[in-house]
Design a protein around this ligand. Structure first.
Ligand SMILES: Nc1nc2c(ncn2[C@@H]2O[C@H](COP(=O)(O)OP(=O)(O)OP(=O)(O)O)[C@@H](O)[C@H]2O)c(=O)[nH]1
Ligand SMILES: [Mg+2]
Length: 442
């Protein structure tokens, strides 16, 4: 598969000042050479040349261009790579690409340039993923994570742990082959268990920070809940600073979930305004209420709104009970009418600063922990998690005095899971799916 030469438009396909057509593979230089009067084969690597692209059949000039020549192996893909900067018109860019394809290149799949960089060993899988993260990053936090990911932060983070794991495995294997300890129990208790437990602590720490990182990256699923008319939709609008949801003094105004996104400093909330929860015979309202209950279950943060201008009743109590185990913030709304003890706001008047401070305070630690290196996505976290599970099995086995060659199997599994993070033991179909999420030409 790597023997063919691929081509694609690497810039967005819309009108712009310039577009780039990228060609990579053994024949990249030769193919583009057929389209230009320059002698590209004689050009030095990492040089840029002003020239024209000419249709070799009609001899028509297609565009004046800049051609960059990068010779293997110091290129993005580690293959010969040519980039043609065309004028940024859709027609001309497509024409240049089609000439490349007519002269021996194959259209690249999404992400295939980066996939080649990975398959040719220039970057590991976490770095390849970070390339995509960089393209999709839209906040300071996601950008920062992408930069460190591209620079190999995950490898730096996990290399010492891989080393320590190998050390534990080596200790076991030496003792299986050349038992220096007569009593295996002494070896496990004095040497292996403390090493394994120390390792586990570090893994747990990384998992915790990585989960915080994910939360900051994906945004916190936040449900605004409460009985009808307490001001949930008013609160959504106040947070979004726009009139997104309908507000009225009729109980049961909101019947379906209304969503919005806000950025509070580095904290990103995915907000859902829900239908007021109460007992009703109205079929449509009932469906809305079922959705509200589901939204509460899925929420990572619940903003429970109470009407501070009225006595709490059993409907409020039901919601207080329903959410008691959730990560929740209780807010008394309508403090312009009556100000209650506790966190109080006036959603209708946009007086919600205290609530915003409370949210910021709650996620302060998550923000601090993402200043440190973490894993960068769910796939990596899942691999590390399975490494942790294998180590947990190994530790349990050691505690039970189970034979070391069996413990060794669990440890080998932990090692394989760690290697999988870097794509060193990945299945091809998994890799294909992963890279297919990339842009064309990347
Ligand atoms: N005085 C006062 N009234 C408010 C405040 N916030 C909301 N209201 C009023 O309360 C009523 C209900 O507001 P909504 O935001 O529609 O309440 P809701 O909780 O979304 O109601 P449902 O969608 O029916 O469940 C409206 O008349 C709002 O103007 C506030 O801070 N002070
Ligand atoms: Mg509403």
């Amino acid at each position: 598969m790597l023997s063919d030469t691929i081509a694609a438009i690497s810039t967005a396909l819309s009108q712009g000042a310039i577009s780039i057509v990228r060609v990579s593979g053994n024949e990249a230089i030769e193919i583009v050479n057929r389209l230009t009067p320059l002698n590209l084969t004689a050009c030095k690597s990492h040089t840029i040349h002003y020239s024209t692209i000419i249709d070799p059949i009609t001899h028509e000039i297609i565009d004046e261009v800049l051609i960059s020549v990068f010779k293997a192996p110091k290129t993005y893909t580690m293959e010969d790579l040519v980039e043609i900067n065309t004028h940024g018109g859709i027609f001309v860019t497509r024409k240049v690409l089609s000439l490349c394809l007519a002269n021996g290149a194959r259209l690249a799949n999404p992400g295939e340039f980066t996939q080649r960089a990975f398959l040719n060993g220039r970057i590991d899988l976490t770095q390849a993923e970070a390339v995509n993260d960089m393209i999709t990053a839209n906040t300071k936090t996601t950008h920062k994570m992408a930069v460190s990911g591209i620079r190999g932060s995950v490898k730096k983070l996990l290399d010492p742990l891989i080393e320590e794991l190998l050390n534990i495995i080596a200790n076991i294997e030496v003792n299986i082959d050349y038992p220096e300890y007569d009593d295996i129990e002494i070896l496990t208790n004095e040497k292996l268990l403390p090493m394994a437990e120390k390792w586990m602590n570090k893994i747990n720490e990384i998992l915790k920070k990585s989960e915080s990182g994910q939360l900051m990256k994906e945004g916190i699923k936040t449900a605004i809940i409460g009985k009808p008319n307490v001001g949930k939709s008013s609160l959504l609008n106040a947070l979004l600073e726009e009139e997104k949801a309908i507000v009225s003094d009729i109980a049961g105004t909101t019947r379906d979930l209304v969503e919005g996104h806000i950025q509070l400093g580095s904290i990103h909330l995915n907000l859902i305004d829900t239908a007021g929860i109460h007992h009703t015979e109205d079929t449509v309202e009932k469906i809305g209420i079922d959705r509200s209950i589901k939204a509460i279950e899925e929420a990572q943060l619940v903003l429970l709104v109470l009407d501070g201008s009225n006595e709490l009743d059993e409907k409020d109590q039901v919601l207080l009970d329903m959410t008691k185990d959730k990560n929740r913030i209780i807010v008394y709304n309508k403090n312009d009418l009556v100000k209650q003890e506790g966190l109080s706001i006036s959603a209708a008047n946009g007086q919600i600063d205290d609530l915003i401070h409370e949210i910021e305070k709650r996620y302060e630690n998550d923000l601090i922990s993402i200043q440190e290196p973490t894993l960068n996505n769910e796939r990596q976290i899942a691999c590390l998690y399975s490494a942790k599970m294998s180590m947990e099995n190994a530790i349990n086995a050691m505690h039970q005095g189970i034979e070391l060659d069996l413990v060794d199997i669990d440890l080998q599994e932990a090692y394989t899971s760690l290697k999988e993070i870097f794509g060193e033991v990945s299945r091809d179909d998994l890799l294909d799916t992963l890279f297919s999420n990339f842009c064309l030409g990347k």
